[in-house]
Design a binder for this molecule. Structure first.
Ligand code: EPZ
Length: 434
């Protein structure tokens, strides 16, 4: 298993190109199942999870062609990553998403809505719990039932059937769910009649999906709000759609600049995708300057102060930035309180962060962080994607050597991390195998 070795304590200086968002690309890829016409996605990231989704879609019969023009190429429409992917689902050869693929990535459940909408039947392995919580899919299933699907869970598989097709309905999600909103949005585009999704998630990745579906011929209104109105259509057409910038990768590198007290320009991204995090950074004393498709972050003056945050659905502070924020707060003066409201078990990074000398006390769903002038490098173990990267951030700030073990989680969501940080002066190397 690979590990990452960091020699910390060096301020980062330079420029980092942000990739396309993993959490936008995954549902966009699943949307290709809704039509027999090709869907081309531009600004695609190259990540382990994208490979897993591609394998899953291939076994449903989807043909996948990729082009790589190189990051920063002058093929403007390929987007900042220079990578495109065309998915063609002219023939669905299997309606089953097998356990072996679904267990690797929970987002696999996003094939459920499109398959049942187009084929009238889908069998998808029930995703298990994961390191950050139990993460049920009951809200996806209840909402699909409201559209007329019959759902049975048998032998670990969700079996959804709607032989006569889905029918539009009014659905109020009792809790905001990103994946649930995406699954239902896709299913409702091919349902007969009108669907209203209330208390829908408003994440930018949902808007990216809704705009993609509209480009494919769907009729979705209320994009960007908590109420999505979908008028069902009988079929969808070909489209070419850009994947939005990864706001969590943006925030992670913004914190890399701040935690090392350096200055980094993040390009291929947008300030407005991450208002809540940038506002908290400014409050802490970080300078954040929005530019044209870029954001520059600097903390060269040194002293930062503790700022409390609470994770919330968008536009609130994202749970996917909570671990990174904790690492930054471990280097700020004074105390800060971090409250996690989305997942029940998302403080797995705390014991590892304390190995750097950070002082963190967890009380239920809140953690109190008392910052230190200096963290010191340590061997640590990664538990999930965002926890892993918080350890990398702490390692960048800490004096001496840090070894982050079990970094395969990182490859699920951060492309060429060592290269991007290395180009800004960080001493980061991957140690393969072992
Ligand atoms: C998405 O997960 C993201 N994943 C997560 O990013 C992110 O942390 C999360 O949204 C919240 O922003 C992708 O987009 C692929 P939810 P998702 O449904 O859709 C509960 C990362 O690091 N819930 O919004 O699975 C659930 O347990 C990942 O990139 C139910 O109870 O999240 C959680 O407590 C990790 N029943 C809350 O709702 C359901 O049927 C929000 O989950 C569905 C969800």
């Amino acid at each position: 298993m690979d590990s990452i070795r960091i020699l910390g304590g060096k301020p980062l200086h330079g420029e980092i190109v942000i990739g396309g968002a993993k959490n936008a690309a995954l549902p966009l890829m699943a949307a290709a199942l809704l039509t027999d016409r090709p869907l081309t996605l531009t600004n695609m990231p190259e990540l382990a999870d994208i490979g897993t989704m591609a394998n899953l879609l291939r076994q449903h019969g989807v043909r996948i062609d990729r082009s790589d023009f190189g990051a920063g190429s002058n093929i403007a429409e390929a987007g900042p990553t220079g990578r495109t992917m065309t998915l063609t689902a002219d023939k669905i050869t299997s309606i089953t998403a097998p356990y072996d693929l679904v267990r690797r990535m929970r987002a696999s459940v996003l094939v459920l809505g499109p398959l049942v909408a187009r084929m009238g039947e889908a069998k998808v392995s029930l995703p298990g719990g994961c390191a950050i919580g139990t993460r049920p899919v009951d809200l996806h299933l209840k909402a699909l039932e409201a559209l007329g699907a019959k759902i049975e869970v048998q032998s670990g598989y969700i079996h959804a059937t709607a032989p006569g097709g889905l029918k539009g309905a009014n659905i109020v999600f009792p809790k905001v769910t990103v994946g649930g909103t995406e699954n239902l949005l896709m299913a409702a585009t091919l349902a007969k009649g009108d669907t209203v999704l209330e208390n829908a998630a408003r994440e930018p990745e949902i808007s990216n999906l809704a705009e993609c579906l509209n480009a494919m011929g769907a009729d979705i209104g209320g994009i960007g709000t908590g109420t999505l109105r979908i008028k069902g259509v009988s079929s969808l057409r070909a489209a070419r759609v850009p994947v939005i910038a990864d706001r969590i990768e943006t925030g992670t590198y913004a914190i890399a600049a701040a935690i090392t007290r350096g200055k980094v320009k993040l390009t291929g991204t947008r300030y407005d995708l991450l208002d809540s995090v940038f506002a908290a950074m400014r409050q802490a004393g970080v300078i954040v300057e929005p530019g044209d498709n870029s954001v520059t972050v600097s903390a060269e003056t040194g002293e930062l102060v503790g700022v409390d945050v609470m994770t919330e659905p968008y536009p609130g502070f994202p749970t996917d930035m909570q671990a990174q924020w904790m690492a930054l707060m471990a280097t700020a003066s004074g105390a800060s309180m971090i409250t996690e409201t989305i997942f029940e078990n998302r403080f797995m990074h705390v014991p590892e962060l304390t190995r750097f000398g950070a002082e963190v006390n967890v009380h239920g769903s809140s953690a109190i962080v008392r910052g230190r002038k200096k963290l010191s490098g340590a061997p640590v173990m990664a538990t999930d994607l965002r926890a892993s990267v918080s350890l990398i951030l702490a390692g960048l700030a800490a004096e001496g050597e840090t070894l982050v073990n079990r970094v395969y989680h990182l490859d699920r969501g951060y492309e060429r991390l060592e290269e991007k940080l290395g180009a800004c002066g960080a001493h980061v190397e991957r140690i393969t195998g072992g």
